[in-house]
Design a protein around this ligand. Structure first.
Ligand code: SAH
Length: 219
């Protein structure tokens, strides 16, 4: 699953993961994390998610990272924002108000940038990556976030043999293994969403849960 796979999906408009409303599970669970006001929140693999303006509206600085320039440009255009643009070795930075999106590869994000984040919101990011990329992703991102960083991780859990990802199934035992070394991941909520998910129903998937984790680094 290389960059070209995602660039093509954005070019062709096959972006079903994009939601037309703010994620209800974010609004429900974010306040309990008590991320300090004004802190910078990392949104890896952010797409053009409406969850970013929601986080900004709650008083946080948002740092999104997204590989597709189309996604980033659509985000700012659809919100009527004219970002300032500059380049660095991490990618192209677009900044408007409290929202910055780096258009680049998450694996190019450097230690200094990660160390500046106090919160993290991972929806359809970990589960967008195939199994062989997940350990490197978790090491790179979560291994470099500062101690005391809090966040939400939202996963899907379904019989992987019944449908191909992305989005991939990342069951709880895998989450616990991936985060074992430094980040605690505790389940806040598990919800059966199969009845609402046409695509999974059509594929004959028999069980589909979404799971919300509270993440805390520096255990
Ligand atoms: N979190 C968003 C998007 C999820 S889909 C949402 O909830 O809507 C996954 C996104 O990650 C896609 O937009 C894809 O273009 C982007 N992506 C995939 N690999 C990436 C990488 N290595 N670095 C940065 N972005 C990546």
């Amino acid at each position: 699953m290389d960059a070209e796979f995602w660039l093509e999906r954005w070019r062709e408009g096959r972006t079903h993961f994009h939601q037309q409303e703010v994620m209800p599970l974010l609004c429900k669970h974010w306040p309990a994390l008590q991320v300090p006001a004004g802190a910078r929140v990392l949104v890896p693999l952010c797409g053009k998610s409406l969850d970013m303006p929601w986080l900004a509206s709650q008083g946080f600085g948002v740092l999104g990272v997204e590989i597709s320039p189309l996604a980033v440009e659509q985000f700012f255009a659809e919100h009527g924002l004219q970002p300032a643009v500059r380049d660095s070795d991490q990618g192209r930075h677009y900044v408007a108000g409290d929202i910055e999106i780096i258009c680049g590869d998450i694996f190019e994000l450097n230690a200094q940038t990660l160390a500046g984040c106090r919160g993290v919101y991972d929806r359809a990011a970990l589960i967008a990556l195939p199994a062989d990329m997940r350990p490197a992703y978790v090491d790179h991102v979560y291994g470099q976030l500062p101690e005391g960083c809090a966040g939400l991780l939202i996963t899907l859990d379904y019989p992987q043999e019944q449908m191909q990802g992305p989005p991939f199934s990342v069951p709880d035992d895998e989450v616990q293994t991936l985060f074992a070394s430094r980040t605690s991941a505790s389940v806040l909520e598990r919800r059966d969403i199969l009845p609402d998910e046409e695509k999974f129903l059509r594929a004959g998937v028999q069980r589909l849960d979404t799971v919300v984790y509270r993440l805390a680094t520096g255990r």
